[in-house]
Design a protein around this ligand. Structure first.
Ligand code: GDP
Length: 297
């Protein structure tokens, strides 16, 4: 399960304070040292950890908490609120804009789950927002990627616009949007190429597609299992493309928590969805508050 170790360590750090009738500054210090270690071991970014500890301490040491009747509970409430804040406070939804069709670009490194989540998002939005999506295969460097998207489209009964692998992805995107207009699709989701590493040609191609299609959403798909690397990937993509959201995948695995707890704070890009499995109906809106409560048990 995701965040299992982090969850256990935080719960045990907090258990000690709930037992006490009265809290001293020293009690808070001891507890926060444990919380700090738990976060670092979960691969949360060091800057994020530092700020988090500072905020919680300031609030916990504030007189009202130390003098309150149930100081332990108050501290837990503060930790919960700060964890929620770290992940962005409120869930943020998608922006469809006003022009038809709305265009979303899916970007990310190979293996993160981009193609799978192009499918997941389309079926989610068809159901939830009654959209009539068109999927576009712009990953022309891996022939298997086009086939994979076609297979997903077939499974979901959602049309896939593809031109094989010999046409330039920017031209494919342009044709796809014209096709969507003619055929009454109100949403176009473009599956762009991924690479094993970020490189200039990948970014240039994505920028060209962005300039042409003027997307309402540019969603970075990142693998939560990769911890701090996911944060670095998000920073680079955001610098180049101005991301509008992150889809954090593989949260059904035993990821430690570093990506989920660091990305928002480090990039200011909201995590909008989370991927909870390989199946196509395993996409969920990311709710910071629910996630914090889940972590704290
Ligand atoms: P892409 O290269 O970024 O397009 O990645 P794919 O969509 O091909 O996904 C790579 C692998 O990760 C595939 O085997 C997917 O089934 C798997 N995968 C994608 N999303 C998730 C997820 O949320 N949870 C799990 N457990 N596996 C996932």
């Amino acid at each position: 399960m995701a965040f299992e170790t982090l969850s256990e360590r935080l719960q045990s750090a907090l258990k000690n304070v709930t037992r006490k009738g009265k809290l001293t500054e020293k009690d808070v210090d001891v507890m926060m040292r444990e919380v700090r270690l738990a976060l670092l071991e979960a691969d949360v970014n060091i800057k994020v950890v530092r700020e988090f500890i500072k905020e919680v301490k300031e609030k916990a040491i504030g007189e009202t908490v130390l003098k309150s009747l149930t100081p332990g509970q108050q501290v837990i409430k503060i930790v919960n609120e700060e964890l929620t804040k770290l992940m962005g406070d409120e869930a943020e939804y998608l922006n469809f804009g006003t022009s038809k069709p709305a265009v979303f670009m899916m970007v990310g490194l190979q293996g993160a789950g981009k193609t799978t989540h192009t499918g997941k998002l389309s079926t989610y939005l068809r159901k939830k927002d009654k959209k009539n999506p068109l999927l576009v295969a712009c990953d022309v460097y891996r022939p298997a990627a086009v086939d994979q998207l076609k297979t997903i489209g077939k499974q979901l009964n959602i049309p896939v616009f593809e031109k094989g692998t010999s046409m330039n992805p920017v031209d494919i995107a342009a044709e796809a949007i014209a096709y969507a207009k003619e055929n009454g699709h109100d949403l176009v989701i473009i599956d762009t190429a991924g690479r094993l590493h970020i490189d200039e040609s990948l970014m240039n191609e994505l920028k060209e597609i962005k300039a042409l299609v003027k997307p309402q959403e540019i969603l970075l798909v990142v693998d939560a299992m990769t911890g701090q690397d996911a944060v670095n990937v998000a920073e680079s993509f955001h610098q180049q493309l101005d991301l509008t959201g992150v889809i954090l995948t593989k949260l059904d695995g035993d990821t430690r928590g570093g990506a989920a707890l660091s990305i928002r704070k480090m990039t200011n890009v909201p995590i909008k969805f989370m991927g909870m499995g390989e199946k196509l109906d395993t996409l969920e809106v990311f709710h910071p508050e629910r996630m914090a409560s889940r972590i704290l048990g």
